[in-house]
Design a protein around this ligand. Structure first.
Ligand code: 5RP
Length: 225
């Protein structure tokens, strides 16, 4: 429950950073949820924004809350994005994708001027890698990608649904959750993974976040690069 309070505090603090006229990337996950809900409250109080959701689920939530939506085709530049993370290091490198939305999240983060990360205090680490790194793959290439990941010293595990069938992302791809242990050089690993055919996207977000808002106890701390 402590985490829920911290998530809510971080999410609500992030929603306050949004200004009239902004194009806003809407993140996915249980912490981003609080940011989107708080943004919905501001929209109903008169804030004029348009949102671009990072997942089908967040798009549905935003519609329910009355947040007007647009697309990257109509609005390819985003002012601010509020999104969660599975791990945050002191340089604001991230592991994302625990909620399966890493591909759209990275496209949106890359198109964003000010990416704001919202997390509870359990997500802050000195070195990334305790959380298994989500890697989105096309099913055709799964085995060759698994072999590549093993050759890099990690253990890949196919993400499955409760019935045992492969979990599919909003883009129809599968996810390998890859335990690397401590990732000494996330930027180098990110390049290797991005250069591997069959990997659609990986959950290392390097140099994309501008600020992290961390719920800690009753306070919200800020980490900047
Ligand atoms: C979804 C994500 C989420 O932001 C990440 O998994 C954190 O989620 P939560 O706030 O529920 O812990 O990357 O793809």
């Amino acid at each position: 429950m402590a985490n829920e309070k911290e998530k809510q505090a971080a999410g609500r603090a992030a929603a306050k950073l949004v200004r009239d006229g902004d194009v806003v990337g809407l993140g996915t996950g249980s912490t981003a949820y609080f940011a989107v809900v708080a943004l919905g409250e501001r929209v109903r109080a008169g804030l004029k924004i348009v949102g671009i959701p990072t997942s089908v689920k967040t798009g549905d939530l935003a519609r329910q809350l009355g947040i007007p939506l647009t697309t990257l085709d109509e609005t390819p530049q985003i002012d601010i994005t509020l999104d969660g993370a599975d791990e945050v290091d002191p340089r604001l490198n991230l592991i994302k994708g625990g909620g399966g939305a890493l591909l759209r999240e990275k496209v949106i983060a890359t198109a964003t001027k000010n990416m704001v990360v919202v997390v509870d205090s359990s997500k802050v680490v000195s070195v990334l890698g305790k959380f298994p790194l989500p890697i989105e793959v096309i099913s055709f290439a799964r085995t060759v990608v698994e072999n590549k990941i093993v050759s890099l010293g990690a253990s890949p595990k196919l993400r499955t649904k409760t019935d045992g069938s492969p979990y599919l992302t909003d883009n129809g791809n599968q996810i390998l959750d890859c335990s690397f242990g401590q990732i000494a050089d996330p930027a180098v690993l990110a390049l290797i993974l991005s250069d591997t055919p069959g990997i659609v996207e990986h959950g290392l977000f390097i140099g994309l976040a501008k600020v992290a808002l961390v719920g800690r106890g009753d306070a919200v701390e800020e980490i900047r690069r």
